[in-house]
Design a protein around this ligand. Structure first.
Ligand code: FES
Length: 132
């Protein structure tokens, strides 16, 4: 169990551990679609999360304020409908927190809870508009 009371290092430790344990060192692509339709595609290592890719690359609209602790909702995205079947379902904590997000729909996820896996290479997520 990680000492989640401390902020900062546990998440980085988690990321480092995941990358270290990934002997294949695979990198996958994730495309972020802004509310105006502009698309940005970035790469991230398997084991990281969609939020990590967004924050590492400064994707507008994804803040990740709690560092992936599933407590802030600032990483809310809509998974492209063509990818929904390949993304693992949200756990109960994520579903509960999403109920507080603006613009929630059936495709809503917290990007910090979507782990990058090999079969998600090319994943497309939309950034909800604040007006939604
Ligand atoms: S980064 Fe806070 S809930 Fe995802």
């Amino acid at each position: 169990m990680y000492p989640v009371i401390l902020s900062g290092w546990p998440r980085e430790f988690d990321r480092g551990y995941d990358v270290m344990m990934n002997t294949q060192k695979n990198i996958i692509n994730v495309t972020f679609v802004q509310p105006d339709g502009r698309e940005e595609t970035y790469q991230g290592p398997i084991g990281d999360h969609v939020m990590d890719v967004a924050v590492d690359n400064g994707v507008a609209g994804i803040i990740g304020q709690c560092g992936g602790g599933c407590t802030c909702c600032t990483c809310h995205v809509w998974v492209d409908s063509g990818w929904q079947d390949r993304v693992k379902p949200a756990h109960s904590d994520e579903t509960e927190l999403l109920s507080y997000a603006i613009g929630v729909c059936a495709r809503s996820r917290l990007a910090c809870q979507v782990r990058l896996t090999e079969d998600l290479d090319g994943l497309v997520v939309e950034i909800p508009s604040e007006a939604e």
